[in-house]
Design a protein around this ligand. Structure first.
Ligand SMILES: [Mg+2]
Length: 264
């Protein structure tokens, strides 16, 4: 099948945000026009993030502030993927959640029973309000045999002026403190749990989804691992040299997402 034939099947663009549609607070090129062209081609736009510390509402506020959110669009976080994964596979099971207040509200709204001890499942999310007590409880319950879920694998989260420790860094700490316990499932990019959850949520088949992003080992491998159309953009992290050396084959590579317009 040609690239054009594959692209003709796509009904939804899953978009990484930083490095793909904006850099910090700056839109990349004429992104407003590009996103409108995607929407006007009859395709849905869904912004996708591994960051489980903020709610979809917080992302919507940012996207509205920089002028690129449309009422038809969706926003999907690894935290939402985790609640869907638990609701689908572990209905009624109790969860000890290490996460922000925003994520705790999402779990409560999903009807997932949250407990402080003897949980069936421990969920470790990006918790910018983490305490030593939460780390200790996590290790105790994981050692006691709780099913262990991490929302996403990123080691660090980029912030203005640098980066801060993210879930992946804490997973190393937990492994060291528990005799090598690792998550049973990691939901976010590049793994499949978020891909399965998002395709079910949207009611679309894998060939009807396109993943666009600037990171080879998260965004692009997420597309590859889930059988989505993979679109690599060189407007963020990955360079042409990185791609050439990666051993990964994408469906399409472009200077930026803006260059998709002639293909629509
Ligand atoms: Mg990115």
């Amino acid at each position: 099948m040609t690239t054009a034939e594959k692209l003709a099947k796509v009904k939804c663009f899953l978009l990484d945000m930083d490095g793909t549609v904006y850099l910090g607070d700056e839109l990349i090129g004429d992104m407003k026009n590009t996103l409108n062209a995607i929407r006007n081609s009859g395709r849905k736009v869904v912004f996708l993030t591994n960051n489980s510390s903020k709610s979809a509402c917080a992302y919507r506020e940012k996207l509205e502030r920089i002028g690129i959110f449309d009422e038809r669009d969706g926003i999907y976080t690894s935290g939402m993927a985790t609640t869907l994964h638990i609701s689908a596979h572990f209905p009624g099971k109790t969860v000890y959640l290490v996460g922000t207040d925003a994520l705790q509200r999402e779990f409560e709204e999903s009807g997932i029973p949250l407990v402080e001890e003897n949980a069936d499942i421990v969920v470790f999310a990006f918790d910018t309000s983490i305490t030593y007590e939460k780390i200790r409880k996590t290790c105790d319950m994981v050692k006691a045999g709780a099913y262990f879920i991490a929302t996403h694998p990123d080691d660090v989260c980029p912030v203005p002026g640098g980066s801060i420790p993210d879930v992946g860094a804490f997973l190393e700490l937990i492994a060291k403190a528990t005799g090598g316990k690792r998550p049973d499932v990691i939901c976010g990019k590049p793994f499949q749990a978020m891909g399965v959850a998002v395709s079910q949520f949207l009611g679309l088949k894998k060939e009807e989804l396109l993943m666009a992003g600037d990171r080879l080992h998260t965004d692009i491998m997420f597309g590859v691992n889930n059988g989505f159309f993979s679109l690599l953009v060189y407007s963020g992290e990955a360079t042409r040299e990185d791609y050439a050396k990666s051993g990964i084959t994408v469906d399409l590579a472009l200077d930026s997402l803006n260059d998709i317009v002639p293909y629509l």
